[in-house]
Design a protein around this ligand. Structure first.
Ligand SMILES: [Zn+2]
Length: 429
């Protein structure tokens, strides 16, 4: 592409930048220039009057094919939800179902302004193929549990995914190693994965301290908190680690994460809906721990609209502290962009709008009753906007949605496939 977008409100998300009116020039896969009134020779000129442009949102924790299980098992306790509903349904999923479930999730993400995501699931080759085709950016990992067996088959699949897909799709796909959680990964296999991650220079993606039950079970088995368990195994020594949740963290646990590479993906809507608790986000940030935002799978979160997470993250900290000055709008937006990019280890390429970075960005249509007047653009984007206000989504210089029309997904066919497959998967459960 060689496109000049004119007359937009530019929200760069760079530390210290204030939003301003101006133009942005994209060429190839890159942001060429940003400024008040650019004079460049572009193939296409878009008038962005009334639009805000910001970095694409980055969903730091997803299980994309769980979109097929949205709304199937709400209002249940976490273990009932998992054991009675999710696990039997997932056992019915074919690789083709995974492909279409991932596409359903990607369509929803593109339509709500997400440009990149971290995914942990099974049949990851199908998800990688869908990412390649659709044009999003993703960090993919095969989730590994080591309960019934030594997990050798799952590790082989994880390594196969890395070999086939790391750095592929014009560099849009990266990979991680994903031991599922402290309670599904005993010390020996977990140590093996940490060594592998260090040798192969791959990030680790793992769940941590999502529920009080998890904390109790790790305490019973090892007489440690989940964070202590990971720390003592050496998880935070060298590897870049993406920790999902971090809800039940003691002051001591937070201290253990200080100086770690990577950080925590906060999933406030899923935590709220499953009644898990409120993560100590502000306390972690005070210790300079990077905290980004994710949705978790749509099976628990109900939507993968990151604008919901931005609101929930800010409002939960305000509620928790009884203090409306906690986690202000700009900071919540930075969690969903720059800080999530750090968690995916792609912040050199994306996460802020800067000349030289990849062209991953969204246009938000502010010409709506609920987005007027524009006093503070960051407040409107964090607290008033929702995913349906996103007009255009661009990844790596490719337009994935323009005026709310998906450019790389046949939406009718995708919805048809998702409906048929979802019905079959849950039959009899
Ligand atoms: Zn998860």
């Amino acid at each position: 592409m060689n496109t000049l977008i004119k007359n937009v409100i530019i929200v760069t998300m760079k530390e210290g930048d204030t939003p301003f009116h101006g133009d942005i020039h994209l060429a190839g896969d890159t942001i060429q220039q940003i400024g008040p009134a650019l004079d460049v020779d572009a193939d296409e000129v878009w008038d962005g009057q009334g639009m805000a442009v910001m970095p694409g949102l980055i969903n730091a924790h997803q299980h994309t094919p769980m979109s097929l299980l949205r709304g199937f098992s709400d209002d249940l306790k976490l273990m009932d939800w998992l054991e009675r509903k999710m696990l039997p349904a997932e056992a019915n999923m074919t690789p083709e179902d995974i492909y279409w479930g991932a596409k359903l999730s990607m369509a929803e993400m593109i339509k709500s302004g997400t440009t990149a995501f971290a995914d942990m699931y099974i049949h990851m080759d199908e998800i990688a193929a869908a990412v390649d085709e659709v044009g999003m950016r993703a960090s993919l990992s095969r989730g590994m549990v080591f309960l019934q067996d030594d997990g050798g088959q799952r590790l082989t699949e994880a390594l196969g995914l890395i070999e086939r897909w790391n750095g592929k799709a014009d560099g849009r796909i990266t990979t991680m190693l994903a031991p599922h959680a402290p309670y599904t990964c005993p010390p020996e296999p977990l140590k093996r994965i940490v060594r592998l991650a260090e040798e192969m220079r791959l990030p680790i993606h793992i769940h941590l301290a999502e529920t009080i039950e998890e904390v109790m079970s790790i305490r019973e088995k090892y007489n440690e908190t989940p964070a202590e368990y990971l720390y003592n195994i050496g998880l935070f020594d060298k590897a870049h680690v993406l920790l999902a949740h971090g809800v039940h963290m003691t002051r001591g646990d937070i201290g253990l994460l200080r100086g770690m590479r990577g950080g925590v993906a906060h999933n406030p809507v899923s935590n709220l809906k499953l009644g898990c608790g409120i993560a100590p986000v502000a306390d972690m940030m005070k210790q300079n721990i990077v905290v980004g935002l994710g949705t978790d799978g749509a099976g628990s979160a109900a939507t993968v609209d990151m604008f919901e997470e931005i609101k929930a993250a800010a409002w939960l900290q305000k509620l928790d502290y009884g203090d409306p000055t906690m986690l202000p709008a700009g900071q919540a937006l930075r969690m969903a962009t720059r800080d999530s990019a750090k968690l995916l280890n792609i912040d050199r390429e994306v996460g802020t709008l800067e000349a030289g970075k990849r062209a991953d960005l969204i246009l938000v249509d502010m010409n709506k009753p609920h987005l007027q007047p524009v006093h503070q653009i960051e407040s409107l984007l964090a607290y008033s906007a929702n995913g349906a206000d996103v007009d255009t989504t661009i990844v790596n210089g490719q337009v994935l949605m323009r005026h709310r029309q998906l450019a790389t997904i046949d939406e009718d066919e995708m919805l048809r496939q998702a409906a048929i497959r979802a019905k079959r998967i849950v039959a009899g459960i």
